[in-house]
Design a protein around this ligand. Structure first.
Ligand SMILES: CC(C)(COP(=O)(O)OP(=O)(O)OC[C@H]1O[C@@H](n2cnc3c(N)ncnc32)[C@H](O)[C@@H]1OP(=O)(O)O)[C@@H](O)C(=O)NCCC(=O)NCCS
Length: 164
C-alpha cells in the first residue's frame, strides 16, 4: 500500500482532546448514524475513550501534514473489569481506537498509524492490544492485515486482539 506522500507522526497529548472527540464521533457513526456532536459527551463511550486524555495509562499518535494539519489519530486506553469499555479484554490490555479523517482514507495512513501505536504499546511493556469493530465496518480487513484476530473470552464478540 502506498502511503500518502507527506505526513509525519507526533505524540497525542491532552491538547488533542477535541481531535479525539472528532475521531470518536466519526468512528461511532462509521456504519450508521448513532451519535451527534451534541450528544457525544453524554455517551458512555466518550467517558471511556476520550474524557481526561491523556492520563498516565493513555497513549496515542497523530498523523499530520508538514504544516500540522491532522490527518488521523490512533490512541489507546485501559479500562477495568469493574467499568469495562466495549473492547475490554483485561486490565492489562489497552484498547486501540483509530480514525483517519474523511478525504484521507484508503491511502495507507491507518496502516501506518497502527504500526506506530503498536510500537508505543510495546515500549510501555504491554503484550497485547484489543480493539472493537462494529459488524459491517470494512476496517476489519485492515485490522486482519495487521494481525488482529477475534478475541476469545471477550465481553463483546466484536472485540479483536493482537499479541505484540
Ligand atoms: C478505518 C480507518 C482508520 C482506516 O484508515 P485508512 O487510512 O483509511 O486505511 P488504509 O488506507 O491504511 O488501509 C485501507 C483499509 O482501511 C479500511 N478502510 C478504508 N477506507 C475505509 C472507510 N471509509 N471506512 C472504514 N474502513 C476503511 C479498509 O479495511 C481498507 O482495506 P480494503 O481496501 O482492503 O478494504 C479509516 O478508514 C477511518 O477512519 N474510517 C472511518 C472511521 C472508522 O471506521 N474507524 C474505525 C472504527 S473501528
Amino acid at each position: 500500500m502506498v502511503p500518502s506522500p507527506d505526513f509525519r507522526f507526533r505524540p497525542a497529548t491532552s491538547a488533542d482532546l477535541p481531535l479525539l472527540a472528532a475521531a470518536l464521533l466519526a468512528n461511532l457513526n462509521a456504519v450508521r448514524p448513532t451519535v451527534t456532536a451534541n450528544t457525544l459527551e453524554t455517551d458512555p463511550r466518550f467517558r471511556h475513550y476520550v474524557a481526561d486524555f491523556a492520563g498516565p495509562h493513555d497513549f496515542g499518535v497523530v498523523a499530520e501534514t508538514p504544516t500540522g494539519e491532522p490527518l488521523g489519530v490512533a490512541w489507546a486506553r485501559l479500562s477495568t473489569h469493574s467499568d469495562p469499555a466495549p473492547g475490554y479484554l483485561g486490565d492489562d490490555t489497552p484498547e486501540v481506537l483509530i480514525t483517519v479523517f474523511e478525504g484521507q482514507r484508503g491511502l495507507g495512513i491507518g496502516y501506518e498509524l497502527l504500526i506506530e501505536i503498536e510500537k508505543l504499546a510495546i515500549g510501555r511493556g504491554f503484550t497485547r492490544l484489543s480493539l472493537w469493530v462494529e459488524d459491517g465496518n470494512r476496517s476489519r480487513r485492515l485490522y486482519e492485515r495487521r494481525g488482529y484476530r477475534p478475541a476469545e473470552g471477550a465481553i463483546d464478540t466484536r472485540t479483536m486482539v493482537k499479541k505484540l
